[in-house]
Write a protein that binds this ligand. Structure first.
Ligand code: BGC
Length: 429
């Protein structure tokens, strides 16, 4: 496969961390104790259900071998609460042992583990008790976090307490696109408050453990930062779209960030998940969405398979915004593109890395980059159609055969060179 010449034009700091991300539920497969498993039939856009997913649960060694082949030194993955505690108060030792084996395999390969403790999916028994709307979840979640720390912290380089806290709550309680699909502002607000309290408690447990071990805590939260833009260039519609953008930012991350920021030393780094800029366009027929059509993209912008407009410059703005607010090191915990033919992905990666390079030059301490995702996987409401992987997963084969895409090899070369070479940059000229 193509190697790129040694002429590195944009080099990254020597201690920059290169990685790839996945999450448990999206890749492991076969998990009947998860709330999503019960919600999926009839609710997934491509008609699929996530019964096998990528079968990472059993094929993890194959996938870790791919990380080795691609020279990827760090891996972000998550553990599933529903596997560890499939029934209230009953912990599944077989599943816990399996995670030990999986994490040991990464360790033996010298791959740094960035472990997300919670990536959206609840155990079915928690969902049946009202999920995040039930204040008891604070205690249940803390018990799970304590167990996860006791069992797995020794494997980790860093801990990500949870992934994008507000996304499943907004989709589950406002738009109704995710389970539990119960649209209610009252429920939404209750769920937000409980999730915030549970997160603060989880962070305390992480910090306490670090203190006991005489170490500095190395944890963060992976937060989503979509860039909201008014569609109209001027006039009252632009003003309206701007105000809805403010409200959307408030719900997506601002409220969360402000509240968390009031507590000192909650986390050591800021995790940023960045994918797209979103245009908000007034639409009189969209009364159910504050009269906004958010799928609208101006004609000139290239879109991903998800219909998301690509805008690397907004990525720079997000990094700058987060640094100004928190003054903490930044790790890009997710950035990637759904692109089945792999035609846009190479340029997408290069252009987003250029923005990181620019941010570092400007004094913003970006310490690492994790591409989402190592492999094609279960993209929630959209099912298996969107292809985010550096590695393609062939769903027509019973083994779910993996094949490295050309962008996977490009990423390998970027890591080898610790930067972008002249020939890589020519791809985006
Ligand atoms: C989530 C992932 C998801 C990705 C692409 C992120 O917001 O953390 O689980 O697959 O976006 O939609």
């Amino acid at each position: 496969m193509t190697d790129h010449n040694n002429d590195v034009v944009l080099s990254f700091p020597p201690d920059f961390t290169w990685g790839a991300s996945i999450s448990g539920y999206q890749c492991e497969g076969s998990n009947p104790h998860a709330d999503w498993h019960h919600w999926e039939p009839g609710n997934i856009l491509d008609g699929s259900t996530n019964i096998r997913s990528c079968d990472y649960w059993t094929q993890y060694k194959t996938d870790h071998e791919l990380l080795t082949q691609l020279n990827i030194p760090a891996f972000r993955l998550s553990i599933e609460w529903s596997r560890i505690e499939p029934k209230q108060g009953c912990f599944d030792q077989v599943a816990i042992n399996h995670y030990h084996e999986l994490l040991s395999d990464l360790k033996q390969r010298n791959i740094s583990i960035y472990l997300t403790l919670f990536h959206w999916v609840l155990p079915k028994w928690v969902a049946d008790e009202g999920g995040w709307t039930n204040p008891d979840i604070i205690g249940w979640f803390s018990r799970f976090i304590q167990l996860a720390l006791d069992e797995f912290h020794t494997y980790t380089h860093s801990i990500i307490t949870l992934n994008e806290p507000m996304v499943p709550l907004s989709f589950g309680y406002l738009s109704g696109m995710f389970p539990p699909e119960k649209k209610s502002v009252r429920r939404f607000l209750g769920a937000c408050s409980n999730k915030m309290k549970a997160t603060l408690k989880a962070n305390q447990l992480i910090c306490q453990l670090a203190r006991q071990k005489g170490k500095k805590n190395n944890n963060g939260i992976a937060q989503t930062y979509p860039a909201f833009e008014p569609y109209h260039k001027s006039g009252p519609l632009r003003l309206y779209e701007h105000l809805v953008g403010k409200l959307s930012s408030h719900i997506a991350y601002d409220w969360w960030d402000r509240t968390l920021n009031k507590q000192p030393d909650q986390f050591a780094f800021c995790g940023i998940n960045y994918y797209f800029r979103m245009f908000l366009k007034f639409n009189i027929h969209h009364s159910h969405q504050l009269f906004i059509d958010e799928s609208t993209t101006p004609n000139e912008s290239t879109q991903t398979q998800m219909g998301w407009p690509i805008h690397p410059e907004s990525f720079y703005d997000v990094m700058s915004h987060v640094y100004k607010r928190f003054k903490k090191p930044i790790i890009i915990t997710e950035n990637g593109i759904a692109d089945p033919d792999d035609t846009l992905r190479p340029a997408y990666i290069i252009k987003h890395l250029q923005q990181i390079h620019r941010a570092i030059q400007d004094g913003i301490p970006v310490k690492g980059y994790f591409y989402w995702s190592l492999m094609d996987n279960f993209e929630w409401k959209e099912g298996f159609n969107p292809r985010f992987g550096l590695v393609a997963v062939d769903r027509s084969t019973s083994e779910l055969t993996r094949q490295i895409r050309k962008s996977g090899y490009l990423y390998r070369d970027i890591i080898r060179h610790n930067g972008l070479t002249r020939s890589m940059l020519q791809l985006v000229d």
